[in-house]
Design a protein around this ligand. Structure first.
Ligand SMILES: Nc1ncnc2c1ncn2[C@@H]1O[C@H](COP(=O)(O)OP(=O)(O)OP(=O)(O)O)[C@@H](O)[C@H]1O
Ligand SMILES: [Mg+2]
Length: 463
């Protein structure tokens, strides 16, 4: 991350000749230095520049240098202070160290003395910054650790195989932004994690952000970070998402809900890869990839002028669409088995058996909540089930498509009916496929294809 090796110094001493000499000594060195001869001048510099180290004479004519020390320690806690005292002023030195000065020098001193004191401070500052960054990263990493485990993507349908292949391709292009679309619960975040953890960015942060969950007034500081004191409540310097995601991935969830002002800021940051914290003047270079997701029709958002076209172009270098679960019924069975495995282990109910009427009912269901709904269903069923068989009554399904308030698509009704009809015909024909096909007015091959599509074959074998 951005640890400036070049540190910035401010020399505050009322003796102009002294500050000039010292400042001259630092010119052309690895330090950037400023000089001030009054407290007011010093404060002006502190309010406009990020100073890492203040070299402060505690014997100033108009004010007590110790008071200045106390004040800057509160206002700029990340800045260290080396004080300069006169010979025989041990009392002041002791007080200054108590108030948090990092080191002291007695006048007169040699350049080498100040050089050594600065180098010590610099090492300390750098260690401190590294520690802070590690802490911020660790808190994010531990948050995502559990979710990291949930990275299996189950599915046998050709659609889901294609999604998986697209994700692997995306992981090989770690600088290309990816837009993932699909209904709620189809696994967009899951795919985003798979891309991140399969990419060269995997050892860095994956940060999932839902901007609609952040209040408008905090958005800028959350994304860009802020400098301490830049607004009420900014009690510390803080890194924003863009900075935390340096070398990692920023996952922007539900982008269709982003305000236009945030869209403009994100566009700029994405184009320039340089950000400025709120209340700061320094720019920070950061290298992040954006994976974004939406379950809305983002093109409609563009038409309605709610979403910027230029931002959409930036975000969808690669586009992955995850179809709804009802469009790929073959995935229901493997997903159900997977979730039953997970939750029977978690709730210590081994050897659970799924009764044979469960799968046809699930195949006939339209899953408005997609895989998330199936997962929750399996979890609830395992918690509620008594004995070692999961029965249909353990899977309370919402009213069938068309009868609910949503009036889901007609194709769902068609599909649902088709499955039920095939199952009935097979049952009536004593599972003789030719007889069932005849009864349905279908060619046997067509029946076979449909049975395969809806995973009906295995069902019969299971019976
Ligand atoms: N193919 C899959 N295999 C295994 N688990 C899946 C699959 N798809 C989704 N899930 C699981 O379903 C749940 C919902 O997935 P996820 O949160 O990724 O959906 P989403 O598309 O981001 O939804 P939303 O739009 O509501 O945010 C998660 O627990 C996820 O692990
Ligand atoms: Mg999501």
């Amino acid at each position: 991350m951005t640890i400036p090796d070049k540190i910035t110094l401010l020399i505050l001493d009322d003796e102009k000749q002294f500050t000039e000499e010292l400042n001259g000594f630092f010119q052309g060195s690895e330090y950037e230095s400023f000089e001030a001869n009054t407290v007011e001048e010093g404060k002006n510099i502190l309010s406009t520049h990020t100073v890492d180290l203040l070299i402060l004479d505690v014997r100033l004519p108009e004010v007590n240098g110790l008071d200045v020390l106390k004040e800057v320690r509160v206002l700029y806690p990340a800045m260290e202070v080396i004080i300069i005292s006169a010979h025989g002023d041990m009392d002041t030195v002791i007080k200054a160290m108590r108030y948090g000065a990092f080191d002291y020098l007695r006048k007169p001193f040699r350049y080498i003395d100040i050089q050594i004191a600065i180098e010590r401070t610099q090492k300390y500052l750098q260690m401190n910054r590294k520690l802070k960054q590690m802490e911020e990263r660790n808190s994010l990493i531990s948050k995502t650790l559990e979710e990291k485990i949930d990275r299996q993507f189950i599915g046998i349908s050709h659609q889901i195989q294609e999604v998986f292949e697209q994700a692997i391709t995306a992981s090989k292009y770690p600088d290309a932004n990816v837009l993932i679309t699909g209904e709620s619960g189809t696994g967009k975040e899951n795919i985003a994690r798979i891309i991140h953890y399969s990419s060269p960015r995997k050892d860095h942060v994956f940060c999932a952000v839902n901007s609609s969950a952040i209040t408008e007034s905090l958005l800028e500081s959350e994304f860009f970070g802020h400098k301490k004191g830049s607004f009420t409540g900014a009690i510390n310097d803080k890194m924003g998402f863009f900075e935390v995601c340096h070398q990692g991935t920023l996952f922007l969830d539900e982008i269709a809900d982003m305000s236009l002002s945030l869209q403009a800021k994100i566009l700029r940051a994405t184009e320039e890869k340089v950000i400025t914290r709120v209340g700061d003047t320094n720019t920070i270079r950061t290298d992040f990839r954006i994976i974004s997701a939406t379950n809305h029709d983002i093109n409609r958002g563009v038409e309605k002028k709610k979403f910027r076209l230029d931002l959409l172009h930036r975000l969808n270098t690669l586009h992955i669409h995850i179809p709804a679960l009802r469009e790929r019924p073959e995935d229901i069975k493997p997903l159900l088995t997977h979730f039953v495995d997970i939750f029977s282990t978690r709730f210590n109910k081994p050897g659970l058996h799924i009764s044979k009427e469960v799968l046809p009912a699930l195949l006939a269901y339209d899953f408005p909540g997609n895989v998330r709904e199936l997962r929750n269903m399996a979890e609830r069923a395992i918690i509620l089930c008594k004995g070692n068989t999961l029965g249909l009554h353990d899977f309370p399904l919402r009213p069938a498509a068309g009868s609910g308030p949503h009036e889901r698509t007609r194709s769902v009704n068609l599909k649902t009916n088709e499955i039920l009809l095939i199952q009935k015909a097979l049952r009536d024909a004593g599972f003789n496929q030719q007889a069932a096909a005849d009864a349905l007015g279908l060619h046997r091959d067509a029946l076979s294809r449909k049975m395969k599509k809806y995973d009906i074959t295995n069902l019969i074998i299971a019976e």
